[in-house]
Design a protein around this ligand. Structure first.
Ligand code: NI
Length: 229
């Protein structure tokens, strides 16, 4: 299941991120690619252990932990330190079809996670570049994703995906992985759907409506049943 989360960062935050990123040194994106991905990955990224990536990454994690839709969709247990990449038309950047590594380790923190979900947080507006669609394949076909700056998409890390060649301008994004407390993707998806329905009911009937309260209890008990921590 693909889930988009709008306005994770404000436009002001995005402008601030872009200013800091523009002033930073970039390196070949293959430094963090697995052996298979390295064959098809052509882009640049901020050095993962560098100050810019760590500072901006922490700001993203703060924004995520305050975002109810993200928390409900991901039920995160561990979030990998966010990375940052750039695809430019002049360099013919692209990232061919691949699956992300199942396990990711972070050198600085020693964190090792199972990658349940992949996340792309867009930091360029769609008008700034042509191409650069994130294409994700699932049971229902392939989906092209290009979101406004500040929005993110969550998708199963087990999906085949690619970034199409950028043919004009530059595409800047943050990308990272997370381990969810709910390992089972179907359970996670149903729990998210239930929460979305409860939020809509609460709007109509009020949070203190007895049926809303009961359903909220069921939602929490489903998480208790499924969560592995
Ligand atoms: Ni990938």
């Amino acid at each position: 299941m693909l889930i988009c989360v709008p306005n994770v960062l404000s436009k002001q935050d995005v402008a601030d991120f872009r200013r800091i990123m523009d002033a930073s040194a970039w390196e070949d994106g293959r430094s963090t690619a697995g052996a298979q991905s390295a064959l098809v990955k052509r882009n640049e990224q901020l050095p993962p252990d560098g100050e810019a990536a760590r500072k901006l990454g922490n700001r993203i994690i703060s924004a995520l932990t305050a975002n109810p839709r993200f928390l409900s969709a991901a039920v995160p247990q561990h979030i990998f330190p966010p990375l940052f990449n750039r695809y430019t038309a002049a360099a013919g950047h692209r990232f061919g079809i691949h699956v992300d590594n199942a396990v990711r380790g972070d050198r600085l923190t020693g964190l090792r996670i199972r990658t349940d979900l992949s996340v792309t947080l867009f930091l360029s507006e769609p008008e700034e570049y042509d191409g650069g669609e994130l294409v994700i394949e699932d049971l229902y076909g392939s989906h092209e994703v290009k979101l406004p700056a500040g929005d993110l998409v969550l998708y199963p890390a087990s999906s085949l995906h690619m970034v199409t060649p950028v043919t004009r301008g530059a595409r800047v994004a943050s990308f990272f992985w997370l381990q969810s407390m709910i390992r089972d993707a179907h359970a996670r998806s149903m729990i998210f759907d239930l929460d979305t329905a409860i939020q809509a009911l609460a709007e109509r009937l009020g949070r203190d409506d007895p049926e809303t309260v009961k359903l909220t209890g069921i939602y929490h008990n489903l998480i208790r049943y499924w969560a592995e921590v």
